[in-house]
Write a protein that binds this ligand. Structure first.
Ligand code: NAI
Length: 371
């Protein structure tokens, strides 16, 4: 029976890397029935719809419980709010899992990074509760702050709220410990700024400590986000599973992608109780869109995470083995990994498909090895 998966080709490089990823996933021999749906800027341009995230997209994901999504663009500082954030909040995809691993053959400053970011996906400054400069709401907020605080807001301020809940903190930290256990990881590091934000980050940290006590078999560490950034650059091999709030998780994800060779190799999954949306860490890369040179590997590795989740372990391992061979051989890498002799998106996908066909490429090995 074929797996029914919602497929969102997205904007920018999205459609190119989606086609390449779908071809490779189908070549693993696993049968998929793709339900292709559109969202984002390209959807708005094509249809004239003013809503970049039609209900039909959410319904499709709710029905299929699995989605493979390419990036969707968000206007900066104006225009509609992020479709990506709306999708995560709308489907309550509360945990973003982003493995960062150095594959031999990928140019990187480090040889031994193998960490996993668990980012809270629904709260924090991404809640979308904002008050604009000079608005009526800002006047009310000014009055509220004056009543309850010794501080005052600057008269020309705009404000974004940072809600962090006890329940939201507990479920993301519990998710991180469960992930660590299920994947034979040894340590969870909670990242925070509770020295400054004593209530919001303080709550997150207190809950993290409580949850850690319930899992004595997993080492627990806590670290202030700025120190974590320094430590990640100096000794990234000391990190294992990291659990972070939404904003720190977003920023540290790109930092960690940089540790393992760049955004072109950083996959991810947005996990909820009822559905999972697999998507790379990177965005729509508008500068290279339409040129056929984008690296589809991050989306493909996200597809590999999907194979693992649905229990297609042999196909997942076979695909990972083929990816490792192509990366190690270094003859068919895209320009982000091989600036002087890069190949196109499709040629890279073809190289993986051809490698999977080789009899010597097996579907065996440690599954824990997979992203
Ligand atoms: P970006 O991730 O699109 O690009 C950053 C840099 O990485 C650029 O130099 C780009 O060319 C390169 N890059 C990214 N993916 C690549 C790939 N697969 N192969 C080769 N090079 C790649 O980030 P940027 O420019 O800040 O954002 C562009 C748009 O993407 C914005 O509208 C942003 O909101 C959106 N975005 C969407 C995300 C999503 O859909 N989940 C996540 C991040 C950004």
């Amino acid at each position: 029976m074929a797996y029914r998966v919602t497929l969102i080709p997205g904007d920018g490089i999205g459609p190119e890397i989606t086609d390449a990823t779908v071809r490779v996933l189908e070549a693993t021999g696993v049968a998929f029935e793709w339900e292709r749906v559109e969202a984002g800027l390209s959807y708005m341009e094509k249809t004239g719809d003013t809503n970049p995230l039609p209900d039909s997209v959410l319904e499709s994901i709710r029905r299929n419980k699995l989605a493979l999504k390419a990036p969707i663009g968000t206007p900066i500082g104006k225009g509609f709010r992020s479709v990506n954030v709306a999708l995560r909040q709308g489907l309550d995809l509360y945990a973003c899992v982003r493995p960062c691993k150095v594959y031999p053959g990928v140019p990187s400053r480090y040889a031994a990074v193998n960490l996993v970011i668990i980012r809270e996906n629904t709260e924090d400054l991404y809640a979308g509760i904002e008050f604009d400069k000079g608005s009526e709401a800002m006047k009310d907020l000014d009055a509220l702050v004056a009543k309850h605080s010794t501080k005052a807001l600057p008269k020309d301020a705009a404000v974004s709220l940072k809600p962090i809940s006890e329940a939201g903190s507990r479920r993301i930290v519990e998710f991180a410990f469960k992930y660590a256990k299920d994947n034979n990881r040894r340590k969870v590091t909670a990242i925070h700024k509770a020295n400054i934000m004593k209530f919001s980050d303080g709550l997150f940290l207190r809950v993290a400590r409580e949850v850690a006590e319930l899992h004595p078999e997993i080492e627990f560490e806590e670290m202030i986000v700025d120190a974590a950034c320094m430590n990640l650059v100096v000794r990234p091999e000391s990190f294992d599973v990291m659990v972070l709030g939404n904003l720190y998780g977003d920023i540290v994800s790109d930092l960690c992608a940089g540790l393992v060779g760049g955004l072109g190799v950083a996959p991810g999954a947005n996990v909820g109780t009822h559905a999972t949306v697999f998507e790379a860490t990177h965005g729509t890369a508008p500068m290279i869109a339409g040129k056929g040179i984008a690296n589809p590997l991050a989306m493909l590795l996200s597809g590999l995470m999907m194979l693992k989740q649905i229990g297609e372990d042999v196909a997942a391992k076979k695909l990972e083995n083929a990816i490792k061979i192509v990366l190690r051989e270094g003859k068919s890498l895209t320009a982000d990994l091989a600036p002087t002799n890069g190949v196109g998106t499709n040629a890279f996908a073809d190289a993986i498909i051809e490698t999977m066909k080789r009899r010597s490429v097996s579907g065996t090995g440690q599954l824990a090895d997979i992203v």
